[in-house]
Design a protein around this ligand. Structure first.
Ligand code: HAM
Length: 447
């Protein structure tokens, strides 16, 4: 094979048919579980005004500071050229949409979900890409621990349907209100006075700009120091404590086990109180499959009325990885049922409509309509792993017959051409036909 002239940019990849089987299945499960729980689909644009993310996610978060993919638009009329950013996540965009479309007028809470690509200009490594896919759930407009519990329950159902729930642990924390965290950050800063030099360079910077991030630092030196630092839970107000206890009770009621993790703070600024992540039970935090939490101040920060919210996003590439590791085989909907081989101009003509009829009946059909010999067409059918091959040569056309070959059994038989469609359907089974059923009746004005 010659070296290709172009390759995908670093940190991006083609989702090839082999992986699409998994993506399709994940989307199906997410849609199904979301619909069951009353969520409606929303797709915010792939890019937004940079301010949505800067304000929403926070200036001093890794995502905004280092990972925003910015796009400069052309100048509109006399004005400045606008700066946009590809969405690094869904939450800020969905909250912007909630305000923009007056969704506070709808019955609350408004439950929304989305599925699609997100972009972060991070250093690519295993499980960390510059373009990746998330599924995202948001519950906006009402606050109650039972909503947090129900959201987590939907996620548990999704991961269970995908057969990966037993590979994950649910890590939970409550990071209190903005005031609680402010007091805590002061205490943390005091604790580090005189110890700054013992921190790695990156964490010295964090201490100045976003000290909470020290809690989930991966640096060994920082982790040792943090062990003796004041703990965030000592600064929680009574309401946050009660909220968390009630949430844990509700989770217990739903049979959901969680691991208390006092160092879980999450990397986005909008969180308050409930935060949680699903971790790989064997490797831990490094590659969380998903995370979320409460963001009661976000909508106000984006210009709306004070409105509570909670949500979650899962990383689809990481989920696909887990499914493969667990030996989950996503259903293959692309199998070839029938390969139609032919020889001679009349056979070719008849095969055109035979192929079309088979497809219409829901049979996945390939037709070799070139001029190759029957033998090489059969080899092709083998390569495509077709279950059955239909052969129509000059003799068969003359006799109004066709040859049906079972590729796996290696057996073939001749039959009347007119019987071939019901025969194929009988062999495949009606329930296995890929028919497009519109279960819901739609009406057009012109009808
Ligand atoms: P997040 O923790 O930044 O949360 O991302 C959620 C998940 O997206 C991660 O756990 C991970 O599986 C996946 N992910 C993130 N970055 C990458 C990457 N570079 N490559 C591959 N996968 C990645 C959020 O995005 C929040 N918006 C979640 C949320 C919704 N909170 C409230 N509502």
């Amino acid at each position: 094979m010659s070296e290709p002239l172009f390759r995908t940019p670093k940190g991006t990849h083609d989702v090839l048919p082999e992986d699409h089987k998994y993506h399709t299945y994940i989307k199906k499960v997410v849609r199904h579980r979301c619909r069951q729980a009353g969520y409606k689909r929303i797709d915010p644009p792939l890019f937004e005004h940079t301010g949505v993310f800067r304000r929403g996610i926070g200036e001093h978060t890794d995502i905004v500071e280092k990972e925003l993919f910015t796009v400069t638009g052309k100048r509109d009329g006399e004005g400045e050229a606008r700066e946009f950013a590809l969405r690094p996540e869904f939450t800020a965009g969905i909250c912007r949409a909630y305000i923009e479309h007056g969704m506070q007028q709808l019955p609350q809470p408004v439950e929304l979900y989305s599925i699609g690509p997100c972009f972060r200009y991070d250093r690519p490594q295993k499980g960390r890409y510059r373009q990746f896919h998330q599924f995202d759930l948001e519950v906006i407009g009402l606050k109650d621990p039972s909503l947090d519990a129900q959201l987590i329950h939907v996620l548990v159902k999704i991961f269970s349907d995908l057969r990966i729930f037993n590979r994950l642990t649910l890590q939970m924390n409550n990071i209190g209100t903005a005031e609680n965290r402010k007091a805590y950050v002061e205490a943390l800063k005091d604790f580090f006075i005189g110890k700054e030099r013992q921190l790695p360079e990156e964490d010295q910077r964090r201490l100045k700009e976003n000290p909470l991030r020290l809690l989930d630092s991966k640096e060994e030196d920082t982790r040792i120091l943090i062990k003796n630092a004041p703990r965030l839970d000592q600064f929680l107000d009574d309401e946050s404590r009660r909220y968390h206890d009630t949430l844990l009770e509700y989770l217990l009621e739903l049979g959901i086990k969680s691991v208390p993790n006092p160092n879980l703070v999450r990397g986005l600024d909008y969180y308050c109180q409930t935060v949680f992540e699903f971790w790989d039970s064997s490797t831990g935090a490094q590659n969380a499959v998903g995370g979320g939490g409460r963001y009661d101040g976000l909508i106000e920060l984006l210009g709306g009325k004070p409105t509570p919210g909670i949500g979650f996003a899962g990383g689809m590439e990481r989920m696909v990885w887990h499914m493969k590791e667990a030996g989950v085989r996503a259903p293959d909907k692309d199998q070839v049922d029938v390969f139609v081989a032919q020889l001679g101009p009349e056979a070719k003509r008849q095969c055109l409509s035979l192929v079309s009829q088979l497809r219409e009946l829901g049979v996945h059909t390939l037709g070799a309509l070139g001029e190759a010999s029957l033998k090489s067409q059969m080899r092709l059918a083998d390569k495509f792993q077709a279950r059955y091959t239909l052969l129509l040569g000059k003799m068969e056309v003359k006799e109004n017959t066709i040859i049906l070959r079972d590729m796996q059994a290696g057996k073939q038989r001749q039959m009347a051409f007119k019987d071939v469609l019901p025969e194929i359907i009988g062999l495949l089974g009606k329930e296995n036909l890929d028919t497009y059923v519109l279960r819901d009746h739609i009406v057009a004005d012109e009808d």
